[in-house]
Design a protein. Structure first.
Length: 131
């Protein structure tokens, strides 16, 4: 069951990320300084490999969250939801914001990517405790 919950949590967060970034594509591209072609798509889209690696990263995060949850006795949906929110909001997002500040990135980019980190971890936490 542990492997199934990790894969399901990673998949749920990945699907959310697809929706998040599709709906915020233009503001994200502007904030990140990504050039677009005539159709509005990124010039350096990177092909399928970037999406595969993004899912692998989601698996790594979900696997570590499951490990933390197991050691901490986080086993109910409300605990999973709150713990995922806490990990995203107080661990993942601040780390990302720190890197972006030193790189001189925009606040918009910090909010978009930090929002995904926070909500993605929240979704993972919930799914990990549902399965």
């Amino acid at each position: 069951m542990e492997i199934l919950s990790v894969v399901a949590a990673a998949l749920a967060s990945y699907i959310f990320g697809s929706i998040w970034y599709m709906s915020l594509a233009q503001p994200w591209m502007q904030a990140a300084g990504v050039e677009a072609d005539e159709s509005g798509r990124p010039v350096n889209s990177g092909g399928a490999m970037i999406y595969i690696l993004a899912f692998v990263c989601a698996l790594v995060v979900a696997g570590m969250m499951r490990h933390i949850f197991s050691l901490s006795g986080i086993d109910t949906p409300i605990k999973g939801l709150m713990s995922g929110l806490g990990l995203g909001l107080f661990l993942a997002a601040p780390w990302l914001v720190t890197n972006y500040m030193f790189a001189g990135r925009s606040r918009t980019l910090m909010l978009i990517d930090g929002g995904y980190s926070t909500i993605g971890c929240t979704i993972m936490g919930l799914v990990l405790t549902l399965i």
